[in-house]
Structure formats: C-alpha cells, structure tokens
Design a protein around this ligand. Structure first.
Ligand code: ACO
Ligand code: LMR
Length: 271
C-alpha cells in the first residue's frame, strides 16, 4: 500500500509551486497589470470567495472598499492609530492598534447586521417584531444607529451604496426590508438610521443571493467574519494614511488633557 505523509495544512486558494504563484488558478502575471482586465475587486473575489464575479458585483466590492477607506481622524480606530504612531511605534503596530477597535460598535457590525436582518426577513418578521426580537436578544440592532449621522444629517456613503445597488443589482429584497425597519427606528430616534455597516452587510446578502449562492453558503461567509473583512481591508487604507500623516508631521507623544478626565477615585476598601 502506498504510504502518504499526512498533510498538516490544506490550501484551496493559491499555489506557489512552479515558476509563478497562482491565485485560484490564475498566474499572478495574468492578473497583476491593468491590461489583464483584472482589478483589485477581481483579485478579492477569487482569493476570498474562489469565484470570478460579474462586473457589477466586482464593482460593488470595490465601491465598498472605497466607501469605507476613511472617515476622518476622530473615529475610534484612526484615533488609536494616531496615538500609537505618536508614541513612536512603527506602521504595523500603529495599524494593529487601530484595527483592534473594529468590532460590534465600530465598523465590525457588518456580519451581524447581515445575520440578524436576514433572519428577520426570512422569518417574515414585521419591523416591530424584529425590534422586539432584538430587545429580547439584549443587543442594539447591528447596522442601525450612528453617533453623528441622522435623518437631518444623512450619511451620503449610505445613499451612494443604495444608489449603486438600485442601479446595478438584479434585485435588493433585503435592502428593501431593512429600509422598512429604518423607518420604524428613525421614528423613535432620528439617529437610528441604517448605517454604513448595516447597508454593506445587507447588500452583500442581496449580492450573493443574486449571484445564486445558497443560504448555507452565505451563512458560512457570515460566520467566518467575511463581511467585517471588507471594513478591515478598506479602513486599513485610511489608518495607514493617518499613521503616515503623524510621521510626516513629526508629532510629539500624545497625552490626554487631564482636565478632560473626571477623576473619581475612592480609597480602596479593606476586605
Ligand atoms: N438599536 C436599537 N437601539 C439603539 C441602537 C440600535 N442599533 N443604537 C442606539 N440605540 C439606542 C440606545 O438603546 C439608546 O437608547 P436610550 O436613550 O433609550 O437608552 C440610544 O439609542 C442611544 O444609544 P447610544 O449607544 O448612546 O448611541 P450612540 O449614538 O452613542 O451609538 C452606535 C452609536 C454605537 C453606532 C450605536 O448606534 C450602536 O451600537 N449601533 C449598533 C452597532 C453598529 O451598527 N455599529 C456600526 C456603526 S457604523 C460604523 O462604525 C462604520
Ligand atoms: C466610520 O465610518 O468610521 C463611522 O461611520 C464612524 C463615525 O463615527 O464616523
């Protein structure tokens, strides 16, 4: 009997044996330069999802990346990246410190928005049922709410993504459902808009369904965190920009002004 050495790793996306490495069957030279017709979105679609997507879907992936690339210096991640750079740390450390803030409140609500809105719409929940369901879950609805954006100060990134989807997607049933939920949440509080995370998560589900993916396949992506990865990748562009900005400006170490801290310290009790 032939004795095969068991393998410790499996790789189904790229192959570096031979003269030139391949991305999912495509030699790098056949995707890297503009004349190949491959864009960065095509490379993402083959390395992340192992399929070549039609142009409208690739354009959507790129639209998402460009949309989330930066949102100014004040947001959690850019702030962390800037403070770390000013503490004298290198690009990778500063970038990681920014990325670590991406999570359920900031930039990392995309997978959960897809998960909960999909669940609600698949189960025929009315917006009111959905709100009650989320109350029972005990968490804010992922993909709803913004610190500074509201009905009066709409998030134009969200408007842009919705406009792109309406013009280019075959259909957008989950977005249409999410907009009915947004009507209810904004009637309670005007900053409870469908935010950029929510819009991306919901539109990714609409994109995948239009591309013929089965629900079980979409759930695998969501459970793997594939949707937050769009924010992680896109916002890394902005974080690196902020870090380079700090280095270029040779900014000194940051120390938070003490008059902006409420010190409320009591003598520790003896037990
Ligand atoms: N669902 C239900 N109620 C909400 C939600 C929500 N998603 N967000 C806020 N509220 C309610 C709160 O319960 C609170 O109600 P109360 O006044 O009766 O106690 C009120 O609105 C204010 O809540 P805060 O947490 O103080 O709202 P804030 O404006 O600070 O929060 C945030 C903004 C963190 C985005 C919040 O809306 C949230 O957690 N949303 C869900 C997570 C999410 O989608 N994050 C991504 C944002 S986009 C991005 O980061 C790129
Ligand atoms: C972002 O994209 O960083 C935001 O929507 C969060 C914010 O507060 O601007």
């Amino acid at each position: 009997p032939s004795v095969r050495k068991s393998k410790q790793f499996i790789c189904t996306i790229s192959d570096d044996r031979g003269d030139e490495a391949h991305y999912c069957g495509y030699p790098i030279s056949s995707v890297a330069t503009p004349d190949t017709g491959f864009t960065i979105g095509d490379v993402m679609s083959i390395l992340w999802f192992k399929k070549r997507y039609p142009r409208w879907a690739v354009d959507f992936l790129e639209t998402v990346l460009k949309t989330v690339a930066d949102h100014g210096p004040a947001v959690s991640g850019a702030h962390n990246a800037k403070v770390t750079a000013r503490a004298g740390k290198d690009v990778i450390s500063s970038l990681i410190s920014g990325l670590l803030t991406i999570g359920p409140r900031f930039g990392g609500a995309i997978d959960d928005a897809a998960k909960y809105f999909k669940y609600a719409s698949d189960n025929g929940m009315s917006p009111n049922d959905f709100l009650n369901h989320m109350k029972k879950e005990g968490i804010p609805i992922p993909g709803i709410g913004h610190r500074i954006k509201s009905l009066k100060n709409p998030d134009l990134r969200v408007e842009g993504l919705k406009k792109f989807a309406k013009a280019n997607f075959p259909s957008t049933p989950l977005l249409d459902y999410a907009l009915t939920v947004e009507q209810l949440t904004t009637s309670k509080k005007e900053n409870l808009i469908l935010n950029v995370d929510g819009t991306i998560g919901i539109l990714m589900v609409d994109m995948w369904r239009s591309l013929g993916y089965k629900d079980e396949e979409i759930d695998v992506f969501i459970n793997a965190g594939a949707l937050n990865a769009f924010f992680i990748l896109g916002r890394s562009i902005g974080f690196i920009g902020h870090i380079l900005d700090e280095k270029r400006l040779a900014m000194p170490m940051y120390r938070h002004p003490m008059d902006d801290i409420l010190y409320d310290v009591k003598l520790a009790e003896n037990l």
